[in-house]
Ligand binder design. Structure first.
Ligand code: SF4
Length: 192
């Protein structure tokens, strides 16, 4: 499916079917808390940009969620819209930031308490990861396979295994190195 044709209404269902666990978790945390800290906004915001959200869609997406929490329109415009525009290269040095690769997510800027960014395979406590995989409807034997890869520090292979288990394929047929690649491959399988 081509990038650039995503509606905001689709994001909830896409997050369940086609987002890798790092992004699904960020989406759920955003919906639940009506807020994400800077690290999460960067990781998730750039991913959504890679999925095909336009700047206008991104502003609408973040604003509509944040104003359901402690932030009003005025505060959103003052404190957050700049950084979203920045992400799209419309402010500051006008760098057009690219979405983070798995290696970047795994190796830099580890999440601390209250953060939701990072890679669940790398940064979640194994018991929490297990619970999350259960909630995502991975079978007990599938969870065992994923956790074995995590124990061997094969985080991207663990994610690829999760992809195979949740898409009912024996072999993903690609070597995972980017959350947006995960999304594209998932859409390719699910929508043909
Ligand atoms: Fe996200 Fe990559 Fe970790 Fe998968 S391996 S959860 S795509 S950072």
């Amino acid at each position: 499916k081509s990038v650039g044709k995503v509606s905001l209404e689709q994001i909830d269902s896409l997050s369940v079917r086609s987002f890798p666990p790092c992004m699904r978790h960020l989406h759920e945390a955003l919906r639940e808390n009506h807020h994400l800290r800077h690290g999460g906004r960067m990781q998730y915001g750039l991913f959504l940009k890679g999925v095909g959200l336009t700047l206008d869609q991104a502003l609408q997406f973040w604003r509509s969620e944040f104003i359901r929490g402690k932030v009003d329109h005025d505060k959103f415009d003052k404190a957050y819209s700049y950084s979203i525009r920045h992400m799209f290269g419309k402010e500051g040095k006008r760098t057009d930031y690219t979405p983070y690769s798995c290696v970047k997510v795994i190796l830099s800027n580890a999440p601390s308490q209250g953060d939701h960014h990072g890679c669940p395979f790398r940064h979640s406590d194994p018991e929490l990861l297990k619970q999350r995989l259960q909630a995502y409807k991975v079978s007990p034997s599938g969870i065992t396979q994923v956790l074995e890869l995590v124990m061997g520090m094969h985080f991207q292979l663990a994610c690829q295994k999760y992809f195979e288990l949740t898409h009912n394929v024996e072999d993903a047929g690609f070597s995972l190195n980017h959350p947006n690649q995960y999304f594209v491959e998932s859409q390719r399988l699910l929508t043909g």
